[in-house]
Write a protein that binds this ligand. Structure first.
Ligand SMILES: [Zn+2]
Length: 307
């Protein structure tokens, strides 16, 4: 097998011819630059509709796309592209078989970073892929846009969870719907009211809504009323997260009441009382203070029993 063919296999890019390979260095370390020439069958095609279109101008200087690292070195593929005039999409840069429209990373690099972003902390993704977080955001947007339409996330839903999450310091809200069977987010939209949730049921459609069996949510009235009217057959469940949250808050209020009636305790004495009320034991355990702990717990319990 010729070296060019081996390199093409390693790159994982089809419908191209390898013209040149260059090893260089930039301020961030060694770089491999592979110059490619797309096959004639994929040239002069619109990146959006893949229709062959007349050229608008001639290729200018080579354009580069970041590709998956090779041998620990950053890798770029490059070629000269021209603009074409698509009857539907206007004047656009012609398609290249290895990248999404308007991207400056290859499809393989995009997919790799998007997967990492879904499974790793932001800082790890940026350091591992050696890209800025803003680039990661653009990559994820591209990959998601590409996947929308090819996969139906609302297919086969049975047990759902509905919740709202705040962002921009609580000034804006998203309504999110997760599939309890897969643990995946299946729908999200800005807003947290009945009309927002109605949009979800509109997209889901009557047939698929009729197949839902369970929906869990917090005690928000707008969720309960919408679910009652749009999916009356489902069993509505209280979200365990919120139940625990309410219990914890109730215990905190109880603790405050108990503490307000205790005298003669230092702050250090009072601190373990929170755990005594939440867990019926004092945590974290400190053996040297075991006597003090038990007496503190007894005091707290006796005060509550008589209150
Ligand atoms: Zn087009």
């Amino acid at each position: 097998m010729r070296a060019a063919r081996i390199l093409q296999k390693l790159l994982g890019i089809d419908r191209v011819r390898i013209i040149d390979v260059e090893f260089t260095d930039d301020e961030r370390g060694p770089v491999i630059v592979v110059t490619l020439e797309p096959h004639a069958s994929v040239r002069s095609r619109c990146p959006h509709c893949e229709q062959r279109c007349p050229k608008y101008d001639r290729p200018n200087r080579p354009r580069q796309w970041r590709h998956l690292d090779m041998g620990g070195m950053r890798c770029f593929v490059q070629t000269s592209v021209s603009r074409i005039r698509c009857p539907e999409h206007g004047v656009v840069t012609e398609m290249v078989p290895w990248a999404r429209p308007a991207a400056n990373m290859t499809r393989a690099f995009d997919d790799n970073v998007a997967w990492l972003a879904a499974h790793s902390p932001a800082t790890s993704v940026c350091e591992y892929a050696r890209v800025a977080w803003r680039s990661v955001t653009r990559i994820v947007t591209r990959v998601v846009d590409d996947a929308v339409g090819r996969t139906d996330r609302l297919q086969g839903l049975r047990r759902l969870g509905i919740d709202e999450i705040a962002y921009r310091n609580g000034h804006r809200y998203l309504t999110v719907v997760v599939d309890h069977n897969t643990g995946r987010l299946v729908w999200a939209a800005e807003g947290h009211n009945e009309s927002t949730l109605n949009r979800f049921f509109d997209e889901l459609g009557e047939e698929r809504t009729a197949r839902l069996t369970h929906i869990s949510a917090d005690a928000a009235k707008w969720i309960a009323s919408t679910v009652r009217s749009r999916a009356p057959q489902v069993k509505r469940c209280m979200d365990p997260f919120h139940v625990i949250q309410w219990m914890t808050r109730a215990l905190d209020r109880l603790r405050s009441r108990v503490l307000s009636r205790l005298w003669g305790f230092t702050d250090q004495d009072r601190r373990p009382l929170r755990w005594a009320l939440l867990t019926s034991r004092i945590s974290p355990p400190r053996r040297s203070q075991s006597e003090q702990r038990s007496s503190t717990t007894e005091t707290a319990n006796s005060v509550e029993a008589t209150s």
